[in-house]
Design a protein around this ligand. Structure first.
Ligand code: ATP
Ligand code: MG
Length: 374
């Protein structure tokens, strides 16, 4: 493991600057649910004092996806150093920290256990309160820490409750009405794969490596979206659920008819056509969600997209247009807070702490943990 190479040093507090409100709280957050070992310290004024991400992507790339046992071992090797560097970067010791938070699920259980045990150990040794963060809540609340427009412009403060959330990540694809901390109503979800899985699998079929989303996004920017005919599953049906497995199958079938190697032009057009189908599906389902009686009654002001797939430029642009058409604002976390990161966990920990949701009995990390069970 080459720690230096894999450490991503984030810009500290570059987007901070919420309004000072009462007593300052410092939260140390730890994330380890998949292939990033990350820690961050955030304060209650939305400043990120330190943020270290140790990315395991280079270690999994040769297998074309995350290998759970390798991920767990890499987390063990990295976790102490990541936490130590986070404290050192912020110029803080554990005594300065008010709350410790870590992902307690859902995710690859080997990795979740390592981050959770590290946080539990720190909290017990220092007597600090501990928050068990649902990883999906980390994604869901990230735009309350920092938010950006589709063009990437930083929006001044975090998004206010309630908001309509498109949560699109590697393992999940859901539309949620976010009413408050711990208060999530499921409006729609995928019946099979997540959007991130579709991006990763299509990239793999094209030999573009792992993770697939960023490279498909970049290739699509130079491609012709009208060249290949991908299906738009469920888009002719009412409701807010998704299905992406048919899009993957369509990709496989089209590629089976075409002998590899593929030219750059072919790959660009294929990525653009595939991505357009995902964008259409997400837009179609969200338009229905905006008409859902529960959503209308709650009157959310903002449409938010979060999770790793929220990095996608075409999805961000399409959802900003959709929001404007429906008289809503649009927000997404800045790029570095979309994929897994410690800052979103620290922020979710801080928000849960303020809501009194701290651990008062042993917690067993959970590989599955729906947001609606919070
Ligand atoms: N620009 C992009 N366009 C589309 N997808 C992207 C882009 N950047 C990243 N992704 C996708 O985001 C996913 C990773 O997101 P994230 O880190 O939130 O997932 P995860 O933590 O593995 O899953 P979950 O949060 O559901 O447990 C991958 O599938 C990746 O391909
Ligand atoms: Mg995630």
């Amino acid at each position: 493991m080459n720690t230096e190479e894999n450490i991503i040093k984030m810009d500290m507090g570059a987007l901070g600057g919420g309004n000072a409100s009462g007593e300052q709280i410092l939260c140390l957050g730890i994330e380890s649910s998949c292939d990033e070992t990350s820690a961050a310290i955030v304060d209650s004024d939305r400043n990120i004092l330190a943020h270290i991400i140790y990315s395991q992507i280079p270690e999994h790339q040769k297998y074309g996806g995350v290998v759970p046992e390798l991920a767990a071992r890499a987390h063990i090797l990295a976790i102490d150093e990541v936490v130590r560097r986070t404290l050192a970067t912020a110029g803080k010791t554990m005594n300065d920290i008010d709350v410790v938070a870590a992902t307690a699920g859902p995710g690859l259980i080997g990795g979740v256990l390592i981050g959770w045990m590290a946080a539990t150990g720190i909290a017990q040794a220092t007597g600090k309160p501990l928050v068990a963060v649902n990883h999906l809540e980390g994604h869901a609340l990230a735009p309350r820490l920092h938010a950006a427009s589709a063009a990437g412009a930083s929006l001044k403060n975090g998004v206010e409750f309630p908001y309509l959330l498109m949560l699109a990540s590697g393992g999940h694809c859901q539309i949620l009405l976010v009413r408050g901390v711990g208060r999530y109503e499921l409006i729609g979800q995928t019946l099979d794969d997540s959007a991130g899985e579709a991006f990763d699998k299509v990239a793999k079929m094209l030999g573009l490596g792992y993770p697939g989303g960023p490279v498909v996004d970049a290739r699509a920017a130079n491609g012709n979206a009208a060249r290949f005919k991908f299906p738009r599953p469920l888009c002719d049906k009412p409701g807010c659920d998704f299905s992406f497995s048919g899009i993957k199958t369509a990709a496989r079938t089209m590629l089976d008819r075409e002998p590899a190697p593929y030219s750059d032009g072919f790959i660009n057009d294929f990525c653009a056509s595939f991505q357009a189908s995902v964008v259409d599906c997400i837009t179609n389902r969200l338009a229905n969600a905006m008409d859902d009686a529960r959503v209308r009654a709650a009157m959310p002001k903002t449409l938010v997209v979060a999770g790793g797939v929220a990095k996608n430029s075409a999805i961000r642009a399409a959802l900003e247009r959709l929001a404007a058409e429906h008289g809503m604002l649009f927000a997404a976390p800045p790029m570095n807070l979309c994929t897994d990161n410690g800052a979103m966990i620290a922020w979710a920990g801080l928000e849960n702490y303020r809501a009194g949701r701290v651990v008062d009995a042993p917690v067993a990390p959970r590989p599955r943990w729906p947001l609606t069970e919070l």
